[in-house]
Write a protein that binds this ligand. Structure first.
Ligand code: HEM
Length: 404
């Protein structure tokens, strides 16, 4: 029987750069449903096989409600946030779908298809601005490009006036940037919430065509949600995927620079950006700690009883490297033969990322365009000096100086 001392601390640490923690491969082979220890001394279960992660993420006996005792929180900040009014991301059926469907029309295939020209225009514009300024000094691709694309898209969807974008992009960066102090991050969080509160009030007074106005007209005015719900929903959409998108763009660039023949393929045929993005979202799991649940009743998984009230972390990061599903999983190959296997970078089941199509569209347009516009794009620093996120946090890149 495992002793308390033998329970490993979680999140595991990445050995270097963007490589996933080595513990996952060991656990997949030997102990695929096991206990880990979190920062607060709690011992939730960690599930690492692709098949089991899918089971966990579709099991209605497991809950996403963070107010339930035993729900695995990853930090003090998380524990505090769990006390806020929940949005659908933290709800179970049927309330989850009821609220999710209020914003779902903005993420349908048709809606995303209609947004593609706007995404392309933004990508072109940010690249043109970079090119105009030039690269006599290396340019930080995170600040000058990766951060701008997803922020401007979601802000325009929410209906945030263009003149406020820079201020909000900065607030959001302070919130999520690992190097901000806790006080600065909390302050930026409050500034964003206050800003959105004022915006909701403006739309209550005079609705327009954007997502917040739709929420006001269709849901708030009809009594389905109140003002605080509208603010929290806008906040969720503003922050939920932003850092992840920025990280995926930067990781995609570095991964391509590490595989020059695949850049050449992509330049020859920009339509390969689709399988490239598919492989990118398998290879790097930039949202690896969201897929957490707590058991509402006793549940048995691989012979292991998970008791009611015990937490579970279903590792989509480990599942994406499961050798039983993805042969040679640690090789990055945009030409990888694909069958019915499904990468889990966007989650699985009812809580699967609502914005997956939008995120894919943005990434596909970015990578179909970037090396066409900047065929000589390369690092402006030695590879060993790339600044990655801290090794126990979601994988990402905080600074990426480039030249072209
Ligand atoms: C490459 C970019 C992205 C990745 C890898 C990603 C990943 C994920 C994952 C793994 C989940 C599932 C969480 C769970 O099962 O508990 C999720 C859910 C979610 N994502 Fe994303 N996401 C991305 C972009 C975005 C963007 C751009 C937005 C907002 C516009 C967004 C909004 C959400 C929301 C609201 C949920 C909750 C869905 C629900 O609970 O029903 N994501 N995402």
């Amino acid at each position: 029987m495992a002793t308390e001392a033998a329970i490993p601390k979680f999140p595991f640490s990445r050995p270097s750069g963007a490589e996933p923690p080595i513990e996952f491969a060991d656990l997949r082979a030997s102990n695929s449903v096991s206990r880990v220890e979190l920062w607060d001394g709690s011992h939730p279960w960690l599930v690492v096989k692709h098949e089991d992660v899918c089971k966990v993420l579709t099991d209605e006996r497991l809950s996403k409600e963070r107010t339930r005792p035993g729900f695995p929180e990853m930090s003090t900040g998380g524990k505090e946030a769990a006390k806020n009014r929940p949005t659908f991301v933290d709800m179970d059926a049927p309330a989850h779908m009821r609220q999710r469907s209020m914003v779902a029309p903005f993420f349908t295939p048709e809606h995303v298809e209609n947004m593609k020209p706007q995404i392309q225009e933004m990508v072109d514009r940010f690249l043109s601005e970079m090119i105009k300024v030039g690269c006599a000094e290396p340019v930080d691709l995170v600040q000058k490009f990766a951060l701008l694309v997803p922020s401007h898209i979601i802000y325009s969807m929410l209906g945030i006036p263009v003149e406020d974008l820079d201020y909000l992009v900065k607030c959001n960066a302070v919130r999520t940037n690992g190097s901000s102090t806790a006080a600065a991050a909390a302050n930026a969080n409050k500034e964003l919430l206050d800003y959105l509160g004022r915006l909701v009030d403006k739309r209550i007074a005079k609705p327009e065509e954007d997502l917040i106005s739709r929420l006001v007209v269709e849901q708030l005015n009809a009594g389905h949600i109140d003002r605080l719900d509208a603010v929290q929903l806008a906040f969720l959409l503003l922050v939920a995927g932003n850092a992840t998108m920025v990280n995926m763009i930067a990781l995609g660039v570095v991964t391509l620079l590490e595989h020059p023949s695949q850049i050449a393929d992509l330049r020859r045929d920009p339509s390969l950006s689709k399988p490239f993005v598919e492989e990118l979202c398998r290879f790097h799991t930039a949202s690896a700690l969201a897929t957490r649940r707590v058991a509402k009743v006793d549940v048995v998984l691989r012979g292991q009883t998970i008791k009611s009230g015990e937490g579970i972390i279903a590792s989509n990061q480990s599942a994406n490297r499961d050798e039983e599903v993805f042969p040679d999983p640690d090789t990055f190959d945009l030409h990888r033969k694909r069958g019915s296997e499904l990468a889990l970078g966007f989650g699985y089941g009812d809580h699967r990322c609502i914005a997956e199509r939008l995120a894919r569209a943005e990434l596909e347009i970015v990578f179909a365009t970037l090396f066409q516009r900047l065929p000589n794009l390369r690092l402006g620093i030695p590879h060993s000096e790339i600044v990655y996120t801290p090794p126990r946090k979601d994988v990402g890149i905080t600074k990426l100086p480039v030249v072209w």
